[in-house]
Each structure stands twice: as structure tokens, then as C-alpha cells.
Design a protein around this ligand. Sequence first.
Ligand code: FEO
Length: 169
Amino acid sequence: MISERLVNFINDQINFEYYSANIYLAMQAYFASQGLNGFTNFFKVQIEEENFHATKLFNYLNQVGGRVIIKGFPDPENNYASPLEAFEAALAHEQKVTQRFNNLMEIAREDKDYASLGFLQWFIDEQVEEEDTFNNAIQTLKRIGDNPAALYLYDQELSSRTFTPPAAV
Ligand code: FEO
């Protein structure tokens, strides 16, 4: 049986995933204001990813008898000096998410809650991908520097990003 402490921490993480979606929604709005449609699409897809993460946690908590409590979150940052600054902020946010899942794993381990350990492993793997996605974009943006033609091409490339949900939520 899942502990009350783990229920509370998973509930916090559900809310943090919706908060992540809200942060990326503000980034989507920033890129839309810059006329960078590919970057705008990138963040639209990222929001779908975050909503998927929240839903996966939401369903698990219900499945194990926990009660989901929805909370509010602080205003996200809406202004960035450059695309690079936005992606660096996104990576820093994802690193926080990774720490939070590591912490959830620690609690499940202390509780000897093997079902939750198995469930949470998906998110540990997912965070490797999440950090890698933003790291790659940062490297690309650093190479692009102040070259508008290269930025235009990268924007075109990001317009093809799509969200494909895994088979089971
Ligand atoms: Fe839900 Fe981007 O981690």
C-alpha cells in the first residue's frame, strides 16, 4: 500500500507538471511574439508532453487509492532576452524536475514500495530525454549565435516536432 507521504509528494509532482506546462506556455507566447513559428511549435509540443506526464501521475495516484488535489502556481516568466536564454531557463527547470523524481524514488525505496518504484522508473528515463532535448537545443543555439539565416533554418526544423503519446498512460 502506498504511504501518505508518497501520495502527497506525487500529488505535488502532478501540480509541478502542470506548472511546467504553464512555464512552457509562456515560452510559447514569447516565441510567437518573435514570429518564430517553429520554436512556437516546439513549445506547443512540450506542453503536450507535460500534460501527458501530469495525466500519467494523476491516473497512477487514482489507481493506488490516492486523492488528487489541484493547486495553483506562481506566474511564469514571460520575457526572455533571446531564444538561448529561454532554453537555458527550460533546462534549469528540467534539472529541477529530475531532482524531484530522484527524491520520489528515494521515498518509494524507503517505503519498500516496489509498485511505485517500477512506475516512477519511467519518469527517470523520461527525464534523461527531457534534459537531452534542451541540451541539444542550447548547443545548436550557441553555434547559431547572431546568425539570422541559421536561426531561420533552425526555426524551420523545429516546426516538424510532433507529440506521439506512448501506448499506455
Ligand atoms: Fe515533465 Fe519536462 O518534465
